[in-house]
Design a protein around this ligand. Sequence first.
Ligand SMILES: Cc1ncc(COP(=O)(O)O)c(C=O)c1O
Length: 396
Amino acid sequence: MKTDPSTKIFDLLQFGEYGDVNPSVCDSATFTFMQAKTMLDTFQGDAEGCFLYSRHWNPSNKYLADALAAMEGTESAWVTASGMAAITCSILQICNSGDHIVCSLTTYGGTFAFLYNYVKKFNIGVSFVDITNLEEVKNAIRPNTKLIYTETVTNPLLQISDIPALARLSDEHGIKLVVDNTFTPMIVAPFKLGAHVVVYSMTKFINGKNDCVAGAICASKEFIDSLSNVNDGTAMLLGPALDPLRSSSILKNLHTLHIRMKQHSRNALYLAEKFRESGVKINYPGLPENKGYEKLKEMMNPEFGFGGLIAIDMVTAEKAARLMEMMEKAGVGYLAVSLGYFKTLFSNSGKSTSSEVPEEIQREMGLSEGLVRFSVGLDNDIENTWQKIRSCLRQM
Ligand SMILES: Cc1ncc(COP(=O)(O)O)c(C=O)c1O
């Protein structure tokens, strides 16, 4: 195994205030000081270990951030109230007005909308590229480019980003590589492969319970300190603070992530092979004929498998809708957006999580209107689940 992120978390002993094995939840927005000078030092970032105000830091958020930094192998981390907050704060911390970003054309719809529609108001330019075409990525870099943005496994086409090659390219140009690793926590460690900033929607696999939205940024101490700087830190000033009650529950769920990832991957591979056998067009990076298979194999910690996301092509949106409705009735899982849940979730990406992408761009990137993305659950009897899916496919 290349790295063992689960052992890194396991080895991190976090003692609660009273010896509690789950660190006490710090249910406080503000913190007292015995000396006024220490308060000023904390404002200026010079008082290590002191807490000031929960939008800045909170002990519960710090426990979770420390565990995430251990998992990712970064010096530091920051937790946010959503994955989008992690993404937008990281990007806006790096870019100023007049700067330029190179971004994978296939990215989560919200990220695409932010970069396609929103950053214009800051006069930030964005070139969208096929992230698997390194020549195209290189040619898109301009003198004012500040970052390359991609997802390890892109949403929803499941393309594989060559993180070491993109990191080399970024280093050659003195720019940052920001990687969204939401689909592949523990499976891939982007920071170890050279990425500068790793972002997560913890709403998905990391929390795994679908009971909240949350995000994380893992990076160098310098970058995290800059985000939380009281004078010009994007996270501090835009204020997407995660509620400490939530960080405390996410921390407990993080401790089972390694077991869940293995089971998600095992079940996804099983279904992918069954779809292939039955002649349905299937996209799963864990199948050897998949374009990204070799690259992902090179980068991954094999113990955790190829991930829990698969996509099938039902060719038309009508057929996709019919299949999804039947599968929901048959008890395969839920017709719902999002991923990383213990139940299987499925949705038609073009009509849901990528609906922000204009239809002509969906066609340009090769997103079929009949694409059904599955986030495969933790089913103990996946063969039984397949029988249900097969019976729905037969009724199509
Ligand atoms: C890959 C990816 N990144 C980021 C996000 C955004 O996360 P959140 O909904 O927690 O803001 C999503 C949401 O679906 C996603 O799929």
